[in-house]
Design a protein around this ligand. Sequence first.
Ligand code: HEM
Length: 179
Amino acid sequence: MNGIIFMEVGKFAKAKLGDQAWQEVVRLAGIPSRLYVPVADYPDEELVALLTTLSIKMGEPVPVILQSMGEFIVPDLIGISQYLIHRDWKTIDLIANTEEMIHKVLRGAGTKANPPELRCRRLRPQEVIVTYTSPRKMCALAKGIAKGVAKHYGERIIITEPTCMLKGGAACELVITVA
Ligand code: HEM
């Protein structure tokens, strides 16, 4: 996973628990203490170890942590991809265009970053149906990012997930509607 995500986990943990607690999380996770950089990729197992330890430390299940982290990281994600985001986009436009205009570009950016393929269907202007099939099974992060995007645009969204890989589905389907 790309260093940006690791940097954001650290930033999130420090904001919630403080600097010292983050050092403790890294130690307890049993992974090397690294200086994460955005142009590098790090093992997914290290991310899982960090999230699991953070989950114990914060007393919340991993999907809850992932969702609130997703919301937290949006301002930085939007910051780094500003040049790819159209000025007239709102929440549903950004989500519906992430695959073609953002994730696809990042996949070819020269690192091993492999953002998940987000298949989007837009049946009406205020709704997008996102099919997420990443083997990382981080649909909670996707939901958090969607909420963060809505916050960025000052909109309110409702998300339902009729099928989920964590509940045995072949894919996660997120129905995202502007309220
Ligand atoms: C706002 C612009 C966005 C940027 C700059 C961005 C960038 C990234 C990057 C760099 C990664 C790490 C991938 C890797 O290292 O393999 C990632 C992962 C991810 N992104 Fe995005 N993303 C954006 C929007 C979104 C949106 C709108 C969603 C879904 C609603 C989303 C869902 C995810 C998920 C779930 C992952 C975790 C990896 C996985 O599931 O395989 N992203 N993104």
